[in-house]
Design a protein around this ligand. Structure first.
Ligand SMILES: [Cu+2]
Length: 156
């Protein structure tokens, strides 16, 4: 009987520990899917990266970094008169439970100062830094797409 009771107490303790850990797990794991970038040619200074982010709790993407470029900026695209222009933004809001899509013609990460070409079929790690959840590293696939026309390079 004593042994049985001990087992019960141990199980209750394990359950408590598990339930205490659950909110932390939900908070710290935004789901990042379909990360990809367009291939670049030798000498090309920058390139765009695209992905989908879903977080159970509201968070903000505040920075990104990758070994393939000197810096990675967060960009949006906006109409400036008749011209679509890219603009650097300080953060990308990730509302709770909604998928935020970084895609051609909209929000994207920008690899600035590429130190290597992005070759079709290759992949490279990209580290995203979230305000609350911290860092999440994903693999970015380099591929061509039948989507909208490639974004034109821009001066910052
Ligand atoms: Cu850009």
């Amino acid at each position: 009987m004593t042994i049985y009771r001990r087992t019960l107490i141990a199980s209750a303790g394990a359950l408590l520990a598990l339930s205490a850990a659950l909110p932390a797990i939900a908070q710290s794991a935004p789901k990042v899917e379909d990360a990809w970038a367009r291939p670049t040619v030798a000498g090309q200074a920058g390139g765009g990266g695209f992905l989908k982010i879903t977080s159970a709790t509201a968070d903000r993407l505040v920075a990104a970094s990758a070994a393939v470029s000197k810096t990675v900026e967060l960009h949006t695209m906006q109409m400036d008169g008749d011209v679509m222009r890219m603009r650097q933004i300080p953060a990308i809001e990730i509302p709770a439970g909604q998928t935020v899509e970084l895609k051609p013609g909209g929000l994207h990460v920008m690899f600035i100062g590429l130190t290597q070409t992005l070759d079709n079929g290759a992949s490279f790690p990209l580290t995203l830094r979230f305000e609350k959840a911290g860092e999440v590293t994903v693999d970015v696939k380099v591929k061509t797409t039948a989507g909208p026309a490639p974004m034109t390079m821009h001066k910052h």
